[in-house]
Design a protein around this ligand. Structure first.
Ligand SMILES: Nc1ncnc2c1ncn2[C@@H]1O[C@H](COP(=O)(O)OP(=O)(O)OP(=O)(O)O)[C@@H](O)[C@H]1O
Length: 263
């Protein structure tokens, strides 16, 4: 349902700052796949998400969602099919608006947006029901300003809002990285619950290899703009962080050897 075909992205081409962020990325996700994405700093993980969300139009290659070529479709025109949660808990919600006002905005995503933030009683009931899933008591605080919530609560709310309109794809960009371990664990658990309940096709970038192994049904490792490892559920099962590190070293070595051979 999501297909990336030979996607390339180079920043500042032809200058001393040239950076080949993506090199021939091929990725094919089936409906309901939950893929964790790991890789070193600058490997291209966020750039892949940017290409899928439409924030970035790649230099070459195609992005297809449900068979439709969306490569050049701008992000705001894909917002109804792609939900995203960022690392920064402040990024996904408006602090000066209340919980219900934030949810009302998320609810209008993908439809013609009206400026009014009025919330009907029926909507309020629905928002409360959705919030109750989080088990954080936020359903009793609909009129609280979001800026008053903790990082973990805000991130859980961002997650709920990103999945409100039942997007086709959910992109999680290190969305638990800024949280303390306990809250990170809570948001991870909520993520698994929401993804399973809504059967969302999901890509989750993480620097936590243990989390990458535990969560989802597939694991992708990136390095230097390429996908260097793609493990399915079966291959992932029983693997340890040490196994992943040794795979990484092995493949990285092979890539460098290849380069040397080509020179
Ligand atoms: N908008 C941009 N302009 C210029 N260079 C960029 C831009 N976005 C990313 N890059 C560069 O492209 C490369 C890949 O970056 P990207 O953010 O995708 O890596 P990442 O795997 O997400 O890394 P990290 O784990 O550090 O977040 C890096 O060298 C980065 O500096």
């Amino acid at each position: 349902m999501l297909k990336l075909d030979r996607v390339d992205q180079t920043f500042f081409p032809g200058t001393v700052n040239e950076r080949r962020a993506l090199r021939g990325i091929e990725l094919d996700l089936a409906e309901g796949d939950f893929v964790t994405v790991i890789g070193s700093n600058g490997a291209g993980k966020s750039t892949v998400l940017n290409v899928i969300s439409g924030e970035l139009t790649p230099d070459a290659g195609t992005v297809r969602i449900d068979g439709r070529d969306v490569t050049k479709v701008k992000d705001y025109r894909r917002a109804d099919v792609v939900g995203r949660v960022f690392q920064d808990p402040m990024a996904g919600t408006a602090p000066h608006l209340t919980i219900e006002e934030n949810m009302a905005i998320a609810d209008k995503r993908g439809t013609a947006r009206l400026l009014g933030r009025g919330v009907s009683n029926a909507k309020r009931r629905r928002f409360a029901e959705e919030l109750a899933i989080l088990e954080l008591g936020l359903e009793d605080r609909l009129k609280a300003k979001v800026g008053l919530l903790s990082g973990g609560q805000r991130q859980a709310l961002s997650l709920l809002m990103a999945t409100f309109s039942d997007p086709r794809i959910l992109l999680l960009d290190e969305h638990t990285a800024a949280l303390d371990p306990q809250r990170a664990e809570l948001v991870t658990r909520l993520t698994e619950q929401i993804v399973t309940d809504k059967r969302l096709t999901t890509l989750m970038v993480t620097h936590n290899m243990d989390q990458a192994l535990r969560v989802g049904n597939r694991l992708v490792m990136m390095h230097d703009g390429r996908i260097i490892l793609d493990l399915d559920e079966e291959q992932k099962r029983g693997k340890t962080v040490a196994d992943l590190l040794s795979e990484f070293e092995k493949i990285k070595g092979a890539t460098l050897d290849d380069k040397t051979l080509l020179q």
